[in-house]
Write a protein that binds this ligand. Structure first.
Ligand SMILES: [Mg+2]
Length: 268
């Protein structure tokens, strides 16, 4: 099942504590029909509850979704939730933290939004997602050629808005396969992991990150620089700096269930 070096298994077998960073969509769960689709999965909730219950395990879920959605998907108080790639945090203490000023950020997005809407108004297969802290254009169902052209224009509009912003440094534009997003520069899974490790330490733990896309890859290096391990979810072997691979969210869940067994049998 696991196409990972034996070293990953061995490291987990040896670890007395484990700090897990998990992506949600494409990692724990199959992709939702649209990113705004929020349907909690009881199997995932049970699994994360089990993981979080182990005294030797600290679980963080780092998602591109807004925190409000992540909370609905994962009503598990012991899990540290990071929404919008870590801009919005909900701590196990139930304290929520915004790492960026919404009032400074939002007006720039408000100005860009109608421009993007006009751009896709006559096009098939596009979807504009307003994530409060970020605007995302999805072109998953659009023709390849049209997607490329429209996303390029959208990118230019985004850069123009950022240039006029009072604090251009606050923003970043993220591209992906048939995807474009403007949001805060701190909406970066690597920077989020750095922040969480420093701000909310869990000493002596082996770090393990599981994720399925290029936004997760940004965190893999950070995890590895702290001596941790990264696992990439991809169906076929793919280009990654991860230490191992799992083929699907189903395999991730099976694998995490084994982690629960390993920790519950050695700690009482
Ligand atoms: Mg994902």
């Amino acid at each position: 099942m696991l196409d990972a070096p034996e070293a990953v298994r061995e490291r987990i077998a040896e670890a007395s504590r484990l700090r897990l960073f998990l992506d949600y969509d494409g990692t724990l769960a199959e992709f939702a029909p649209t990113p705004d689709h929020v349907e909690p999965d009881p199997e995932i909730i049970t699994l994360l509850t089990e993981l979080a219950k182990q005294p030797g395990i600290l679980v963080t879920v780092v998602s591109g979704r807004r925190l409000e959605h992540v909370e609905k998907l994962l009503p598990v108080p012991e899990v540290l939730l990071a929404g919008t790639y870590g801009v919005e945090l909900l701590l196990p203490s139930r304290e929520s933290v915004d790492r960026v000023s919404y009032d400074d950020l939002r007006p720039v997005l408000e100005e860009l939004r109608p421009q993007w809407e006009a751009l896709i108004a006559e096009q098939d297969g596009f979807f504009l997602e307003d994530k409060d802290w970020a605007l995302a254009l999805h072109a998953r169902y659009a023709d390849d050629f049209v997607a490329e052209r429209v996303l390029e224009e959208a990118r230019e509009l985004a850069y123009a808005s950022i240039e006029e912003a009072p604090d251009p440094e606050m923003f970043r534009v993220l591209g992906g396969h048939k995807f474009l997003e403007i949001g805060p520069a701190l909406a970066h899974k690597g920077r989020t992991v750095e922040h969480l490790l420093e701000r909310y330490p869990f000493p002596g733990a082996l770090l393990l990150y599981i994720g399925d896309d290029d936004k997760d890859e940004e965190a893999f290096g950070v995890i590895q620089s702290h001596g941790g391990l990264a696992i990439r979810v991809c169906k076929e072997p793919c280009e990654t700096q991860a230490d191992g691979r799992l083929a699907s969210p189903r395999e991730v869940r099976q694998w995490l269930a084994m982690v629960v067994t390993r920790f519950s049998s050695t700690q009482s």
